[in-house]
Write a protein that binds this ligand. Structure first.
Ligand SMILES: Cc1ncc(COP(=O)(O)O)c(C=O)c1O
Length: 391
């Protein structure tokens, strides 16, 4: 067979590759910070509800291309409240997870050769999809002091083939939470150039729930520029139910529906039922989980302040800590050694775009903070003696 050269150019799926380096996946000594997955199952009440619904025959049919109305209404209410803005069920299309949302949005906006502005480091599946589609990423450099992208740099990259600017906040892999001001600057830039601002906010439920992540939904013209992506995977522990959403204006959704109809037809019906249940009944549960992760972010920052540690925490938030390692070696080699010699599973920065060899990503969401002392001891044991580092 002959294969699509764009797909041949894509990197292999990173999580599977990192796990292939683990000799004993069943080892109880492993500290697994590889994949961004919730540490717990959905609550029993959701499982009971879903079990009963399926037994009663619900969830077996296709739904409207855009998703079931109660879910669109519940999500519109949730966003309007959280962002203090105006979103209606008409602005929402439910997808088979946030990854599918991204892929469909890119297919809707970009032809081969078109460009998307992407801050470094970037989420590997975004990069893989752009490569697979022949869409050209124009990267914004990573500022390891602020971990924030710079809208002025983005301005200099916009050309006639630019179709979108892509932000992920809270960020995967860096954990950085972009400020509302930073997001606003990118929005204004996108609006000025009549291109889309795509914001993937998969992790927005794991930051201070009382703070508004940004104020774009308050802007009466948001639908002309903003394309918001969301996931139910992490917030209600529904990763396997494949449910996410695109929130955008009618003009965008009309085109997106064509892609959705050809690929998924509709998001999984059972996942949609689970997501409605979550939005309507699990607010307190969500707050509890969010508080646990906020506490873990504080704990990991404190753990990395250890005076003997030569790994430096660059940023941390939501599910991730982005760490500068002390070796004069590619990140892949460092991660392999941490797996083989110290049973710490993480991901090399090189999976997250160019110029990331100095960094590794720790997904700490599924590792309780009681293991952090052990983690730091192992990292100290792994580090080079002074004089052999890249300092
Ligand atoms: C930034 C980002 N977007 C999307 C996804 C995928 O979400 P979903 O499970 O809803 O497809 C992930 C999962 O790790 C992610 O980190």
């Amino acid at each position: 067979m002959k294969y699509n050269p764009n797909v041949l150019d894509c990197a292999a799926a990173p999580i599977a590759e990192a796990w292939s380096w683990v000799k004993n996946p069943a080892s109880e000594n492993l500290i697994d910070m590889c994949q961004a997955v919730p540490a717990h199952l959905p609550p029993q009440s959701l499982r009971d509800y879903l079990g009963d619904a399926i037994k009663a025959g619900e969830g077996a049919t296709y739904t409207d291309i855009r998703g079931i109305p109660p879910l669109r209404e519940a999500l519109a209410g949730n966003i309007s409240e959280r962002y203090q803005g105006t979103v209606s069920e008409e602005d929402i299309l439910i997808t088979a997870g946030c990854n599918q949302a991204f892929c469909s949005v890119i297919d809707t906006l970009c032809a081969e050769g078109d460009e998307v502005i992407v801050p470094l480091p970037c989420y590997f599946n975004h990069q893989m999809w752009l490569t697979a589609r022949g869409v050209v990423p124009r990267y914004l450099s990573f500022n390891a002091e602020t971990a924030m992208p710079d809208a002025n740099e983005a301005r200099s990259l916009i050309g006639e083939n630019t179709r979108a600017i892509l932000l992920v906040t809270p960020n995967n892999p860096s954990g950085a939470i972009y400020s509302p001001e930073c997001i606003r600057q990118f929005f204004e830039l996108a609006r000025e150039h009549e291109i889309a601002l795509i914001i993937d906010e998969t992790y927005r439920d794991f930051i201070d729930i009382n703070q508004v992540p940004h104020h774009l939904f308050v802007d009466s013209g948001w639908r002309d520029t903003l394309v918001h992506l969301y996931s139910f995977s992490k917030v209600f522990s529904l990763t396997g139910f494949r449910t996410g959403a695109v929130v955008a204006g009618q003009a965008m959704l009309e085109q997106l529906k064509k892609i959705q109809d050809c690929t998924a037809i509709c998001a999984p019906h059972a996942g949609q039922l689970a997501a409605v249940y979550g939005l309507q009944n699990l607010h307190a549960w969500k707050l509890e989980k969010s508080a646990e992760l906020a506490q873990r972010a504080i704990a990991i920052k404190q753990a990395f302040e250890h005076p003997d540690l030569r790994y430096r925490l660059i940023s941390a938030g939501a599910y991730f800590a982005y760490i500068e390692h002390p070796f004069d070696a590619p990140a892949r080699d460092v991660v392999k050694r941490l797996i083989e010699d110290h049973e710490i599973v993480s991901l090399p920065g090189s999976y997250f775009g160019r110029d990331q060899e100095r960094f590794i990503r720790f997904a700490y969401a599924n590792v309780h903070e009681r293991h952090f002392d052990d983690l730091i001891s192992r990292l100290i044991a792994s580090q080079p003696s002074r004089g052999y580092s890249n300092e």
